[in-house]
Design a protein around this ligand. Sequence first.
Ligand code: ADE
Length: 255
Amino acid sequence: MTTAILSALPEEQSSLVQHLAHPQRLMHAGRAFWLGDLNGRRVVLALSGIGKVAAATTATALVEQFRVARIVFTGVAGGVGDGVNVGDVVVAQDYLQHDMDASPLFPRWEVPGYSRSRWACDATLSALLLEAASACVSSASGQFGLKSEGLSTVEGAVHRAHHGLVASGDRFVSAADEAHRLRSALRDAGHNVLAVEMEGAAVAQVCHDYGIPFAAARTISDRADDTAHVDFPLFVQTVASRYAEHMVLAFLQKL
Ligand code: ADE
């Protein structure tokens, strides 16, 4: 049984590649896939690419070409929910595409042909990922020194692992008023979104189509506000890979 570990960015994947036993690099659909063993589990590591289409192609290749049994995504996201701060982790309970709008033909956010706007993640995998994320943020509060890296977070902050709705769209949200509008519109329709990113909902839809369990953990790199463009690259360079490494290794141990 092979588990796919998807990362959005090379920085998030690099330390996992270094931990691989018996690594083998294969090219498919213009992408590199790393096969090997991680903590005694058979895995394939892949980069999703950025945006929903790239992520859907990678997810489809993982299913069709590498016959993976499950897909787990670790990456970063912008926090938009109350109390979802830089250095926290959001484990997705379900996903929605915040830029899907075929109204008035279909209700806003509904994906035509599926009669739904939300895509649930696998409950069992998500529970394991949440345990791994909680352990990771506890050690992050003491170890990772986010403030000393210049990130917009509070000195000595206690980081949290959250579980809830994540929204994906082909847009880097980098203005407080845009984040506020997006969140309020969704909340008025009963969708309480905790974080935004650019790939997860696409992978969730592909996994739904193939009947493959999917789970995702997103570390909060920025607040999707006017400093997001500063916090995001800083976080990706300094902290993201340490979070990804901790969470994935702990998760695989629990599997
Ligand atoms: N990934 C990390 N931060 C993000 C943001 N602010 N918008 C979209 N995707 C992100």
